[in-house]
Design a protein around this ligand. Sequence first.
Ligand SMILES: Nc1ncnc2c1ncn2[C@@H]1O[C@H](COP(=O)(O)OP(=O)(O)OP(=O)(O)O)[C@@H](O)[C@H]1O
Length: 377
Amino acid sequence: MTEQVTLDKVPEPRPGSGEKLLEVSGLQKYFPITGGFVFQRRVGSVRAVDGLDFHIDAGEALGMVGESGCGKSTTGRLVTRLLEPTAGRLAYAGQDITHSSRKELAPIRSEIQMIFQDPYASLNPRQTVGSIVSAPMEINGINPAGGREKRVRELLEIVGLNPEHYNRFPHEFSGGQRQRIGVARALSVNPKLIVADEPVSALDVSIQAQVVNLLQKVQRELGIAFLFIAHDLAIVRHFSQRIAVMYLGKIVEIGDRESIYDKPRHPYTHALLSAAPEADPDDDGRERIRLAGDVPSPINPPSGCRFRTRCWKAQDLCAEQEPPLVQLGGSSDGHLTACHFPEEPSVEARKEDIVLDPALAAIEDSGPAAASAEETA
Ligand SMILES: Nc1ncnc2c1ncn2[C@@H]1O[C@H](COP(=O)(O)OP(=O)(O)OP(=O)(O)O)[C@@H](O)[C@H]1O
């Protein structure tokens, strides 16, 4: 990778400016479920995203984590307006874009870009790298000084690819290199916000770090804000200044990285952290709490707190009242939790080990030999 390359056209606000770039309130996306042979009628809906409130400051990376199906990708697609929200409000740089038409979105289209999970499926196999990376400039009518080809070659260098490979096709690159092409494509229009939807989960573990480092470099040096979607807490921790934890279409906890990792207040965050590889295997003093029950369906989510059916702390109140997402006593500023019976705000609480995944629990039950056999499999 060429580290000496100077990165031009830095978007205005730098990290830490505190200026809200994206504001999301009450955001919902319900996918209709239809039934009937002749006349298709709506018989229900998948509540993929069910009332999200969060913001992303200019230049800031917000990590979004949660199990499969909790609505992370749908959130990313709503933010980039690839999907039309069912309800709620989306504001970008102070402008309400919730229901903006294509024409109204045109001026800001280039400022919000997306990097997809699968670097194999997201690049057109019949186009050269040159045309792939320059396409967003063409679509948005951007003509950089020196021409598009020169800019594409610069971008290839910035993302650690050989500019001489301008005329090559995607199949000539490895998965990690293809994801770098995806990053160059996103950067070609000088975005201010990039939604990265599981950008490294399809890559080999050894390559994942390289791509995360590249994204981190891009975020820091170009001051680009990120919504970084992942199920891997270790990667989100590395990348994000703040973290939002989602469960069944809702944010159950959000806060700065240290608060979320060191003093999680929501039992679900605690459980996710226990499942993360960083949990210290040598710490024998930890109490193990198993989560019972399956993940409920987003078609018919539980009343009150959605996590209650798997929560070891749940009481009657949890079924009756939905806990609001608020700052609890003992939490730091901006650390919000939606729980009636939160964890203690201490590093000690974090030490209790919770096993979220029944399969993982089964492996652990059958002893260390089985666990290490599984690791090497
Ligand atoms: N177009 C669609 N029509 C109907 N249901 C959908 C559609 N897209 C997503 N869903 C449903 O919405 C819910 C949330 O899906 P989403 O892909 O946003 O979750 P996710 O957290 O990103 O999961 P994953 O990590 O597996 O991608 C899931 O139950 C999914 O089946």
